[in-house]
Design a protein. Sequence first.
Length: 328
Amino acid sequence: MDLVADAEALADEVLFPAALATDAADAVPSGNLDALASLGLYGIFAPPEVGGLGADFPSMARTVEAIAGGCLTTALVWIQHFGLLGSVLGGPDHLRDAWLPDICRGDRRGGIAFGGLLPGTPVLTATPVDDDGWRLDGFAPWVSGWTRIDVLHVAARGAAGDTVVNLAIDAVEQPGLSITRQRLAALDASVTVRAGFDGLVVPAERLLGTTPYDPEASLGASLRLNGSLALGVARRCCALLGGSPFDDELAERRAAIDAADADEMAAERARTSELAFRAAGALVVHAGSRAVRSDDHAQRLLREAMFLLVFGSRPMIKDELAPLLRRR
């Protein structure tokens, strides 16, 4: 199996031809996600012995780029699953044994509610309760894939604020969990919601683990993979432009973000998002007046590039991106 080649074929032959319909849909079609599952992509980095593909990080990054270039909405919902996959891989034996095969097959799909990772005063907290469980209070502002996910990986701040409590809950509205849909100018079919927690009690057996709270901890692999989303949008714009002057820059940006260390990653993330925005703008100009039609890919890609200017952002990315856009 050639993972990247198979992902590129799926993006070109299935996801991209349907991307305008997906963009206009109320929710990403389940068939898009089923197609990813059929390639084993829900278990992309899990070891083969537990049902995964065992992909190395470079192959994983190129696969995310390929899927994003086919349909960013589908890619966004899919990559939310990685949080659950990683946490169960490193989590307690009883969840690993019971859930991991289904998670790798995509039969049990995950989303993330990471309000507890936001810097500053905690907006989502987990408090121990007497009967050996956890009480969740607060909110997670952005939870994508609602109605298309089965389990929500919740990262909440511990009572003292210096720990992160990771819990797995059923992704259904229930007493103590309210859902409000966020209507988006781009990727609206991702069914992104605000999750409000009001005394939701989670049993102890759903604890994935606890870690020290570090506001910089997410600057590694997740930022690199989010950069692949921007590279995918830029790559699709280059393909539609044909003989694009951005081709060389795309290769340079990919090489640079691949080589970036933790201190350089924010700047490289900013540069990939800025490239996607410029490439999409060039595609709109190339397409001309038809680019403003809702059935033209140029306007969709420009809105997706706008989304990527703020998706998964951090203050240090914004600090790099704002002057970069002004200079351009």
